[in-house]
Ligand binder design. Structure first.
Ligand code: HEM
Length: 632
């Protein structure tokens, strides 16, 4: 009996090995015909099994002779995009290359020309939506659909993202930024203590902005909290349901709903409670919007749920119980199912808060590491905002100026260095190889090939960025965006290009903002060279929303405060007070070195890239009382 079993297992292993070998050979043949440089490796890494178990296998693979593995071993690590940056492209001498593996080929792209073609040929290079299945915890959404279905979602979800509603985003962001600062430092002290959790505070701020601007629910900061009663029929307040859901989001995403509800594990119970509770709050909001629609009431503001209900064509007659099969078909009464409405509401929260929060957190950290850039930012803020209190700042007058000043430059530079999505996934369709024109040469992307738009490499590609040395491109230097009239470096986006891109074909009624990513007075990267918000058809719906939020927070924080790296790990305040300039400088340099090391080695992507293996403490210091004003 046992020998039969052993035989069967050996047979299966041999069949699997033969199948793997055949697939690898087919993929290798396609790569050879593509005209694109390639590297072969034995494992396909875009699968959950590898992501979960790679830590077990890597030490074993590292035991193999260097000469067998040195070409490919680094590419087995899930975060290699961040650790290797532009190096693979430089080493291989091409801004596109293929990794050939048994599971599939993967094309890595740091070439603007290729990116423009890929992002505008939506049907040739669709999104691999299987990768987004885990965000569908409530239902499908604009993020997780493709083809006609996606167009349908996008058409319904785009209308609230208007310039008019960005006024509201601005007001709420200014309000929330003031509250965030108040939660970290008292207005009448010269400097705060060490603030270790700037990332968490930025996350809270961003969540509050999307919650109020998008869903009309203003969330309090701990220091503002008035006792709130949990509404009848709920076990958690709205705020606790949402924050617990986001805290447990990976558990919710990776655990099947049936198991989440039945599992005795504490973590599953907490995740399930928040999942059900937030869903209940969304249903109540949905019912309220439906009732408003029936009575013809309309609300001012962004009102994302109202827009979803309205866009889905929900009337009293359908009563919200659409047949999911028919929901997406033209002519049916409800154009999105209830689940899809909740699915979209959820991804707005998810897509809308973590990305912007990371940008705010890293911008503060990088400015603390670059005091001279901080001073330049503050000078521009003074010039634009004068002595007016933040309650008198005006969206129409001030935001365009901020966008075109050092404030915009800081935001752009942070998003150049640490775009929250380090690799934007696409694919070529099965059975259809796709041609690309690159520098006058034709290459062929194999059929059924994974495609990664490598944003972190692209944003450091020396051909497309003003720089003084290769190291300069790795560093935070927002001043590179400030151009003197007429002295534009090569490969810059001309104004003509900026306004006549293929994006113009994305003509949804009232659709997304089509303006270029950066202000006309700043350096304009070549088309396809700067894509923190992706590009083309599937570009970020919340781009302008995020930019307005980030500019507001930078303005509020740096108008009154400076942010310094905390040197407390090396010396106390008293010791610092007595220290001479050399000792002070050395303490600061150690803090700067630690921050740089964490940026290099402590980053990891789960949903977006974040610093996960340590924290960089900072201090808020009243302007004029700075102690470290070094040019780096
Ligand atoms: C700094 C902030 C942000 C960055 C860097 C960013 C970046 C991106 C990127 C790279 C994509 C494409 C993802 C992909 O193709 O897989 C995307 C899509 C999207 N983003 Fe953002 N995002 C930001 C803020 C926001 C905000 C504030 C919202 C909403 C309030 C939002 C809503 C969306 C949506 C709905 C999509 C899907 C669009 C589609 O597929 O048609 N994002 N974003």
């Amino acid at each position: 009996m046992l020998s039969y079993l052993a035989l069967a297992i050996s047979g299966l292993c041999i069949a699997y090995a033969v199948h793997t070998y055949r697939c690898f050979n087919a993929n290798l043949a396609a790569a050879k015909q593509s005209g694109i440089p390639y590297i072969s490796m034995p494992i396909y890494t875009f699968n959950r099994a590898w992501l979960i178990t790679h830590r077990l296998w890597m030490p074993l693979l590292q035991l193999l002779p260097d000469s067998w593995t040195n070409l490919w071993i680094d590419y087995l690590l899930p975060d290699f995009l961040w650790t290797k940056l532009y190096t693979p492209f430089r080493d291989i001498g091409s801004d596109v290359f293929l990794l050939v593996a048994p599971g599939a080929n993967t094309l890595y792209v740091a070439d603007p020309e290729a990116i423009s073609q890929i992002t505008t040929r939506r049907n040739d290079f669709p999104k691999p939506i299987w990768m987004y299945a885990s965000v569908d915890i409530y239902g499908k959404s604009v993020v997780s659909t493709e083809g006609a279905n996606w167009r349908h979602h996008r058409k319904i979800t785009s209308p609230p993202f208007t310039e008019k509603n960005n006024h509201l985003v601005w007001q709420e962001s200014v309000h929330q930024a003031n509250s965030m600062v108040a939660s970290m430092v008292s207005p009448d002290v010269e400097r705060s203590g060490s603030v270790w959790d700037v990332a968490a505070q930025a996350m809270r701020l961003s969540l509050h902005v999307i919650s109020k601007a998008g869903f009309g629910v203003r969330l309090p900061w701990p220091h503002e909290e008035v006792e709130t009663k949990i509404p009848e029929g709920h076990t958690l307040s709205y705020k606790d349901a949402l924050s617990s859901l986001l805290e447990n989001i990976i558990v919710v995403m990776l655990t099947p709903t049936w198991l989440l509800g039945r599992s005795p594990l504490k973590i599953h119970k907490a995740a399930n409670e928040s999942f059900l509770e937030w869903g209940k709050y969304m249903r109540e909001l949905y019912e309220q919007k439906k009732a408003e629609l029936q009575t013809g009431e309309s609300r001012d503001g962004m009102d994302l749920m109202g827009a979803l209900v309205k866009g889905a064509g929900i009337t009293g007659e359908t009563n919200g119980h659409a047949d999911p099969e028919k929901a997406a078909s033209p002519g049916s009464k409800q154009l999105l199912t209830d689940d899809e409405i909740f699915g979209n509401a959820f991804v707005f929260i998810l897509a809308g808060h973590e990305t912007a929060a990371n940008t705010i957190h890293f911008a503060m950290m990088l400015l603390a590491m670059h005091p001279q850039s901080q001073r330049r930012l503050q000078k521009d803020l003074d010039d634009i905002l004068g002595d007016r209190p933040s309650s008198e700042w005006d969206y129409d007058e001030d935001v365009p100026k901020l966008f075109g000043s050092m404030c915009g430059a800081v935001m752009n530079e942070e998003l150049r260095l640490i775009p929250p999505v380090v690799g934007i996934p696409k694919m070529s369709t099965a059975g259809r190889p796709q041609g690309l024109q690159l520098g006058g040469k034709h290459v062929t992307v194999p059929a059924d090939c994974s495609v990664t738009l490598d944003t972190v490499a692209l944003h450091r590609n020396p051909k497309y960025w003003p720089h003084t040395s290769e190291d300069d491109l790795l560093d935070f230097r927002p001043e590179r965006w400030l151009v003197d009239g007429g002295t534009h470096p090569p490969h810059q986006h001309s104004d003509h290009e900026a306004h006549s891109t293929e994006d113009d074909h994305l003509d949804f009624d009232d659709g997304p903002d089509k303006r270029p990513d950066t202000a006309p007075s700043l350096f304009r990267p070549a088309k396809g060279a700067y894509i923190p918000f992706s590009d083309g058809y599937r570009s970020c719906l919340g781009r302008r929303f995020a930019q307005v939020e980030i500019l507001a927070v930078l303005a509020v924080v740096f108008k009154t405060w400076s942010i310094e790296l905390c040197v407390g790990l090396t010396m106390s305040d008293e010791e610092l007070e007595k220290a001479d300039e050399e000792v002070r400088r050395s303490a600061w340099e150690q803090a700067d070195k630690r921050a740089r090391e964490l940026l290099r080695t402590g980053m990891m992507t789960i949903i977006t890239i974040q610093m996960r293996k340590g924290k960089v403490p900072m201090r808020f210091v009243k302007r004029g009382s700075e102690r470290f004003d070094y040019a780096v």
